[in-house]
Ligand binder design. Sequence first.
Ligand code: FAD
Length: 417
Amino acid sequence: MDQADVRAQVRRWVQATWHPELSLRSWRELLADSGWACPAWPREWCGRSLPPALAAAATAELAAAGVPGPPDGVGMALVAPVLLEHGSDELKQRFIRATVTGEITWCQLFSEPGAGSDLAGLTTRAELADPGRAGEAPSSRAEWLVTGQKVWSTGAATADYGLLLARTDAGVPKHRGISCFALPMRQPGVLVRPLRQMNGHSSFNEVFLDSARTGEVIGEIGGGWPVALTTLAHERRLAVFPRPPATASGLAWREAIAERVAAAEPHKWYPQRAGRPDLVIARAQAMGKTADPVVRQEIARLITLSWSARWMATRAAQLRAAGRSPGPEGSLGKLASSQIARQAARVHGLIAGASALLTGPDADDQVIAEILVSVPAISIAGGTDEVQRTIIGERILGLPREPDASKELPFNLVPRG
Ligand SMILES: Cc1cc2nc3c(=O)[nH]c(=O)nc-3n(C[C@H](O)[C@H](O)[C@H](O)COP(=O)(O)OP(=O)(O)OC[C@H]3O[C@@H](n4cnc5c(N)ncnc54)[C@H](O)[C@@H]3O)c2cc1C
C-alpha cells in the first residue's frame, strides 16, 4: 500500500460516511471506529497501525476532504499518546475513544509553585484512601486521595480530567516516588482559580487539591517519571488550532467550530507569544523603515533564524515520518522558537518606536504591545530556555550531567524552601 492508495481509501470512506447534519459526536464516533481518526495508532485504539508517512497522508487527505477531525488540545496531543505508551488496557478502554470523540477533555497538572523546572521536586501527595496492611502492595484499583497545589494549569477551569503527577512515596529519591494519575476535575476536593496574565488574558489556573479522589494510576505506582518524560517530549511540539475550511457548514461543523473556539480561547494570544515574525516586513514598509540599516540588519537576522528553524523542523518531521518518536531534538525547536519570538519582538519595537508601548482603544496597532508582553511566555512554557540548553548539552552533545545533590537522597531528607 502506498500514499496514493491510503488517500483513495480515505476519500472513499468519507464519501460513503460523511453527512454534514450528523452531530459532531456521532461523526467522531464513526471516525474513531474507522481508524482514520488517528491512523498511526494501534487498530484497537481508534487507529490503523499505519507507519508514520502513510498515517500523515491519511490525515492530510481527511483535512483536504473538509470534514472535522478529532478535537484539538491536550487530550489528543499529550494524554492519548501517554496512555497508549504507559496505560493499562483498562485505562485505554476507558479514555482513548472518549478523548478522540471529544466526550472527555483534559488539562495537565504538573507544575507547582515550588516545582517547575525541577518538576521532580513536586510536593503534591497522593495517599491510599485505605492504606491496607503494612508492606502490602496497593491494588491497581485502589483509591487515592490527592492533596497539594498545582499552578499554570492551562484550561483547568473547563477540563473533565487532569493528567496529574503526585508523590506517592517521599521515602525514596525524588524521581522514584512519583506516580501519574487521571484525576476527575469535577469533584468537591478540586478548586480551580483562574490567574490573570500581564497581557490581560486569563489562560492559566491555580488548582487546589484537598483529598481529591482518583482510582486511575497511569503506568506503575512510583513509575510516574517516565510517564512525565513521555508527556514533555510531546509537549515540546507546540499547540496548533487549524482554521476550519471555507466550505464548513452543517451541524457537525457548527459544533466543531464552537468547540474549537472554546478550546483555542486560552491560546488566542499564542500567535503574539511567537512574536508575529509574519507581520515584520509589512510593518517596516508601512512605517517607512525599510531603508534604515539597523532595521534591515535585524530583519535579516530574524529571517535567518526563522529559515534555519523551519529546516530543522522539516528534518524533525521527516525523522518522525520515518518512525522515530520525539526525543531531545524537540528541545532545539523549542529553543529556536524562543529566539525567533524575542528577535521578532525586538524588530517590532525598533520599527514602532515608543508607540509599541501603547495599548487600548486609541492605540494605532495594539497587537505590537500584546507581542511585547506575550513573548516572554514562550521561553518558559513547556520547559524554560535554560532547561532546554541543559537537555541539549547533556542528551545531544553528551556533556557531563548537571550536578544535583538532591537526586540520590530520599525526598523527605532533601532540604527545601
Ligand atoms: C504559556 C505557559 C503555559 C503553561 N502551561 C502549563 C500547563 O498547562 N500545565 C503545567 O503543569 N504547567 C504549565 N506551565 C508552567 C511551566 O511548565 C513552568 O512555568 C516552567 O516549567 C518553569 O517553571 P517555573 O515557572 O516554576 O520556573 P522556575 O523553575 O522556578 O525557574 C525560574 C528561573 O530559573 C531558571 N532555572 C531553574 N532551574 C535551572 C537550572 N537547573 N539551570 C539553569 N536555570 C535554571 C529557569 O530557567 C528560570 O529562568 C505553563 C507556563 C507557561 C508560561
